[in-house]
Design a protein around this ligand. Structure first.
Ligand code: SF4
Length: 329
């Protein structure tokens, strides 16, 4: 997805990169105004922050800007940590966007989220978990019934095999409980490191870096890594950030990838990270046009969960037609 997205902006890439070279504040030392301190929705704060950064050109900042290739390792680490701090202000409500009430539900929901949106999964799982609330129930289910229930998430036959297989493994090997160890989780059918870290980080409080398509794309755009392999990316990112930040960093980066730094047309002109981003100009730099590219936040709904817990840091997504909030609670 990210490779296609990058090529999709290639036509205008040359001129936009030229604009990027002229942009006012490419220096990592020149941070944008704190979005969290500004009024308005997160999207509005992002636009304001970016506009402010773009509106403050100076010879000093232009001179301070360095091509990414000359950046030292220490400079990159400092810039990366600054990006994380900025993201924390832009997305103070960053959180897992899948609905779940226990590790088993999160595990199944994460497997179902492959190649579809979290919102689609959230619309699908209430009926699934109402009928099959435990690994034992799911493992003994009629596969055809599961296929029908999860059909909206796509690849429903393969996903049925995965979730029934992992339910059987949980029943047979782990006493019906989801294990809280990476080594055990990755042995379950359909569970890779990404899924395992989602479960560990959000159901067990074990720090983990979730390298999904968004994280991979952004980590490369930000020159945190030039690796293509998720496991190598994970290892390199782990060297940049303290362990205590790993889980929230993952949420923030994924939030940013979903909302602003899209694969095909990143909204650079509305991006609060622009002054810290070596890839500024890969997307739309005009603030007004970029604002129209922002996703999710436009309606003021920063989350995709339909049945959030009481301490939910965002606001629930608008209910889809035919789905009543609370249906899975
Ligand atoms: S590529 Fe554009 S949208 Fe993405 S982080 Fe950089 S400036 Fe922001």
């Amino acid at each position: 997805m990210s490779a296609k997205g990058n090529s999709a902006v290639g036509e205008q890439g040359a001129s936009k990169r030229a604009n990027a070279a002229k942009r006012p504040s490419a220096s990592p030392a020149k941070a944008p105004a704190s979005p969290a301190k500004a009024a308005g929705t997160p999207a509005e704060r992002a636009v304001k922050s970016s506009a402010k950064a773009s509106a403050t050109p100076s010879a000093k900042t232009a001179k301070a800007a360095k091509p990414a290739k000359t950046e030292s390792r220490l400079g990159m680490v400092r810039r990366a940590r600054k990006i994380n701090r900025e993201l924390a202000e832009v997305y103070p409500y960053a959180h897992p966007e899948l609905d779940f009430r226990n590790p088993f539900e999160l595990l199944v929901a994460t497997v179902l989220s492959a190649q579809t949106t979290d919102l689609r999964v959230n619309q699908t799982t209430p009926a699934l978990f109402a009928r099959y609330p435990t690994p034992e129930d799911l493992a003994a289910a009629d596969p055809e019934e599961i296929e029908e229930l999860i059909r909206p998430t796509g690849f429903f036959r393969a996903k049925t095999k995965s979730i029934m297989g992992l339910a059987a493994a949980l029943r047979d090997d782990f006493g019906g409980e989801v294990p809280g160890r990476l080594d055990d989780l990755v042995k379950l059918p359909g569970v890779g490191r990404k899924t395992a870290f989602v479960v560990l980080g959000n159901a067990f409080g074990v720090p983990g870096i979730t390298v999904d398509t968004h994280f991979m794309r952004l980590a490369r755009r930000w020159k945190w890594t030039d690796q293509d392999d998720p496991v190598k990316i994970e290892a390199e990112i782990a060297e940049i950030f303290p362990k205590s930040e790993w889980t929230m960093l993952s949420h923030r980066v994924i939030f940013h990838g979903r909302r602003i730094c899209h694969a095909r047309r990143p909204a650079c002109g509305a991006c609060p990270i622009a002054p810290l981003c070596p890839a500024y100009g890969e997307g739309e730099t005009d603030p007004e046009k970029a604002k129209k590219l922002l996703k999710y936040e436009k309606g003021g709904y920063p989350g995709q969960r339909l049945n959030p817990p009481p301490d939910y840091p965002g606001r629930p997504a608008p209910p889809a037609v035919g789905v009543s909030p609370g249906a899975g609670a």
